[in-house]
Design a protein around this ligand. Sequence first.
Ligand SMILES: CC(C)(COP(=O)(O)OP(=O)(O)OC[C@H]1O[C@@H](n2cnc3c(N)ncnc32)[C@H](O)[C@@H]1OP(=O)(O)O)[C@@H](O)C(=O)NCCC(=O)NCCS
Length: 183
Amino acid sequence: MSEAVKSINPVPYHASNWLSKVIVRPIQRKDLLALEWDGEYNHFRRVYLEVFRRMRSGLAIMWAADLPEEGIIGQVFVQYSSSRQELADGQNRAYVHSFRVKRPYRGAGLGSKLMNVAETGLIQRGYKYVTLNVSHTNPGARHLYSRLGYRVVGPDPGIWSYHDDRGVLQQVNDPGWRMQKRL
Ligand SMILES: CC(C)(COP(=O)(O)OP(=O)(O)OC[C@H]1O[C@@H](n2cnc3c(N)ncnc32)[C@H](O)[C@@H]1OP(=O)(O)O)[C@@H](O)C(=O)NCCC(=O)NCCS
């Protein structure tokens, strides 16, 4: 196979082979470093640790897509409750965020599978609505959410902040849409 073809399709197996082997499971403490994806997301180290603590307290769940022999290739986090009740109220409404799939594995249905697991878990807990925010600069993700049954319910200012792995406060300004789905 030429280098050009390899770079277009670097997934080691045919899609139908690898996707059926993926296990979607809650993240464990030992997985936290793997979520940094070889440095691409190390700025979120403290954010991930905080969500993990919230999961330990029953306030959130972090789902990982684990491909045996490869490791974690995707993730989606769900917040059950938030100080922002319009996002998650701990009873009826939950908030999905940090949804991503490693680039070589995109477009094969893994993202849809992750969302399906997250939503099924929420239905089992009695939740009625899921909310999420999607950036104006991400029409591809918006298209996927629409296909999965999410509808735009309003604008999202996309302003938030976090401390990066060096402890430096980072401000994010990424306006988009608020989307919602009735489970
Ligand atoms: C969004 C994401 C998790 C989807 O994962 P995935 O495994 O590719 O999802 P699926 O294979 O189930 O679905 C692919 C769909 O996503 C859409 N899509 C998402 N992002 C896209 C992009 N950047 N460019 C083109 N299409 C995109 C495709 O149109 C496709 O829709 P279709 O199946 O109706 O044709 C993945 O693209 C990703 O990690 N993107 C970067 C992070 C991100 O944008 N996360 C969402 C933040 S709100």
